[in-house]
Design a protein around this ligand. Structure first.
Ligand SMILES: [Zn+2]
Length: 261
């Protein structure tokens, strides 16, 4: 039987060997920092996933290996690491869920792992709890060759990004796009169209990307959500999210055809 692959994480970082392969075991130096672990099938490959306490491992140096941010794996299309992107995202999303899902939300009993599927089971009331995904839309709104970008009031205040928000019960993805944009900047949209998706296990998001055209209205921001929002053209882009993020790809896609001209 082939050896199990070991996916070892600490807060969004994956531990890999310097030859870009996964370790075949958890280094013993890490053992006292293990927060959680689980055996998983990752798209047909048996794997063992370990979550470490982040602060504890900061001082621990392992020869010929290092920590890589999962976001940088997403951002490395030419790299050998990209082959790990999907399996790493699945591994991280599930270990995040597993670590945060210890007690039954119906009766409060301690949960145990299912032996037949990726789920946790309540031995008391028999509830079955599956890994949670939180779907969220992100949208690049376009007008006259410019893209709408905003600075958020709660996070990454030094950066302009696309508008985004969580899907609510009862709405379609397109309705969610229209609602989020209207709530945050009071613009109406047309031609809302799908532009891709990406697993985003920080801790459990699934991003569904859209492009849309401005239809009506002037920008008027909701100050509880945004500090400011503006239209930007290709030559005057502000500080935007890093490659590997959904937002970067969306912004890049808006301007890519123009830059080829
Ligand atoms: Zn229960």
């Amino acid at each position: 039987m082939p050896e199990k692959k070991h996916y070892i994480f600490r807060s969004g970082e994956l531990f890999i060997q310097n030859d870009n392969t996964l370790p075949v075991e958890v280094p013993h130096e890490f053992e006292k920092w293990i927060s959680d672990s689980i055996d998983l099938n990752l798209f047909g490959t048996e794997a063992h996933v370990t979550l470490l306490d982040s602060d504890g491992t900061k001082q621990t140096i392992i020869p010929d290996a290092s920590w890589v941010r999962l976001r940088s794996i997403f951002a490395a299309p030419e790299s050998a690491l990209l082959a790990m992107a999907s399996s790493s995202a699945r591994a991280l999303g599930i270990i995040n869920w597993h670590h945060a899902t210890r007690f039954c939300s119906r009766c409060g009993a301690s949960l145990v792992d299912s032996t037949t599927e990726v789920a946790r089971i309540c031995p008391s009331c028999k509830a079955i709890i599956y890994p949670r995904l939180s779907p969220a839309i992100i949208v690049a709104v376009e007008k006259d060759g410019k893209v709408l970008l905003a600075r958020h009031s709660q996070r990454n205040q030094d950066m302009f990004s696309c508008l985004a928000g969580f899907l609510e019960h009862g709405e379609t993805l397109e309705e969610c796009v229209a609602r989020e944009v209207y709530e945050e900047v009071h613009l109406e949209l047309q031609n809302i169209r799908y532009a891709g998706s990406q697993s985003w296990p920080f801790p459990d998001q699934f991003m569904i990307a859209f492009r849309a055209d401005w239809k009506a209205g002037d920008i008027r921001v909701d100050p509880t959500e945004l500090l400011e929002a503006q239209w930007f053209d290709k030559d005057h882009l502000p500080n935007t999210p890093m490659p590997g993020t959904v937002a970067w790809k969306l912004i890049h896609d808006v301007f890519a055809p123009m830059s080829k001209k």
